[in-house]
Every structure is written in structure tokens, then in C-alpha cells.
Design a binder for this molecule. Structure first.
Ligand code: CMP
Length: 235
């Protein structure tokens, strides 16, 4: 679906079709869904743009209609830790929506994206009308808590080597491509991006990549990294 298609006059019909596939709205009747679709405000963000900052006081709920964003913590030196990424069909902003407190993280567009935004009051009134929405939202929150536990575990118990290989293998599992020698092929990320996604410094990432390349666990091939299929056992 083109980004432009969300800005035309069929906007709410498209959003309705889209919402129908979201687990969090799955219990709503067709009638209710088409009413709530009309209350979404759609807007577009360019790659690299910030949707909102950590500590902002907004409380709306967002859904990614097209593209992808990431939730990050940034320190004063500009160092970034990526907490999660949300692509098409995912929602974010539910924490401030639920407790009314400032945003817990900064949201940045990973690519040109179209987002749907729903006011807190509108979402809360939908929950009152159909409490099943709250149950579905809770289940999504628990899933996020489990992922956060996984991240805490990695930061506490794994070294940078292990965290990087774990990240490479999780990307490989999602992208699922292998080259002729059986190595996983994944799109290259910058050392800065890898640092942000592993909670390491850029310097540490550069050192680890060099060491992994020396041991032939990771190869660099133009725009790609090649990852040994037994990388996990070799570190
Ligand atoms: P909110 O605090 O309203 O704004 C930032 C959003 O980032 C937050 O809601 C969640 O949607 C998302 N977020 C913050 N922390 C995490 C996390 N640990 N895992 C997944 N998503 C998160």
C-alpha cells in the first residue's frame, strides 16, 4: 500500500480494513470499528524524524500503518539504546495512554512511515464500551514485558561479543537468507546502529567485529554481513 493512499478521501475505509487485522481491536463489532476508524488522524513522517521525545507530555496512541519506527532511550551525549522496533500493524504510545504520565522513550522513524493517531479519551471510551480491548492490550503489554526481560538478561549476563552475535542471529532468523557457503546474509548496519541495539559503545562494537572477522564468525561482503551458522557455539 502506498503512503499516499492514507491521505485520500478513502482514508477511514482503509484504516478500518487495517484495524480489523490488529489483535488489540479484534473484539470490536464492524459498526464500532468503522466509527473508531474515523477518529484516527493520519500523518506521515520521514526517515530519521522524531515522532515524540522521551518525557513529552502527550498521551495519544499510535499505530504504524506503513513503514517502521523505533523506541529509544538517548543520553545527553547522544548515545542511543534501542528498546523496540514497531513496523506495520504495531502500536506504540500505550504507556502514557494508560497512566497519563510522560513518554517513557523517544520514537524515531526508521523509514518513511504513515502513522495513525488516536486520542486517549477516544481510546478510553472504546475500552469502556468493550472491555475486551483492555484484555487484548494487556496481553500485548505482557509480551513486551517478556521481551524487556530478555533484554535485561542479555545486558546483565552476556558480553558484547555474545550480544552482537545474538542480534545478528535474530536478524538472520527474520531475514532468513543464506549464501552458497551456508552463512546467513544480513543487510549491513553501521557500528553506531549496532551499538544502539546491543547497549554497547561504538568502540566496543568495532573491536568485536574485528575479532569476529578474524575468527571467520562474521564476514563483510559489500552491503552485507555474512554470519556463520554456528556463530553461537563459537563465541
Ligand atoms: P509511551 O511511554 O507512551 O511512549 C514511548 C513508547 O515506547 C511507550 O509508550 C511504548 O509504546 C514504547 N516502549 C517503551 N519502552 C518499551 C519497551 N521496553 N519495550 C517495548 N516498547 C517500549
Amino acid at each position: 500500500m502506498e503512503l499516499e493512499s492514507f491521505s485520500g478521501k478513502d482514508k477511514s475505509a482503509l484504516i478500518e480494513k487495517f484495524l480489523r487485522e490488529l489483535p488489540v481491536f479484534k473484539s470490536l463489532s464492524d459498526n464500532y470499528l468503522s466509527r473508531i476508524a474515523k477518529d484516527f488522524i493520519v500523518f506521515q513522517v520521514k526517515k530519521g524524524e522524531t515522532v515524540f521525545y522521551q518525557s513529552d507530555s502527550s498521551t495519544d496512541l499510535y499505530i504504524v500503518l506503513e513503514g517502521a519506527v523505533r523506541a529509544s532511550l538517548l543520553n545527553q551525549e547522544g548515545q542511543e539504546l534501542v528498546l523496540a522496533a514497531f513496523d506495520k500493524g504495531n502500536f506504540f504510545g500505550e504507556m502514557s495512554l494508560l497512566d497519563g504520565k510522560p513518554r517513557s522513550a523517544t520514537i524515531i522513524a526508521v523509514e518513511d512511515s504513515a502513522l495513525g493517531m488516536l486520542k486517549r479519551e477516544r481510546f478510553l471510551s472504546a475500552v469502556k464500551d468493550d472491555p475486551m480491548i483492555a484484555i487484548d492490550l494487556l496481553s500485548a503489554l505482557v509480551q513486551r514485558l517478556r521481551m524487556a526481560d530478555g533484554m535485561i538478561e542479555s545486558l546483565a549476563f552476556l558480553d558484547v561479543n555474545q550480544r552482537l552475535v545474538k542480534l545478528f542471529l535474530s536478524i538472520a532468523a527474520a531475514e532468513g537468507e543464506k549464501d552458497k557457503s551456508g552463512f546467513f546474509r544480513i543487510k549491513k548496519l553501521t557500528h553506531k546502529e549496532l551499538a544502539a541495539r546491543t547497549g554497547a559503545s561504538r568502540e566496543a562494537i568495532s573491536k568485536v567485529i574485528k575479532a569476529l572477522a578474524f575468527r571467520d564468525v562474521v564476514r563483510e561482503d559489500g552491503d552485507y554481513f555474512l554470519i556463520s551458522p554456528d556463530a553461537e557455539n563459537r563465541i
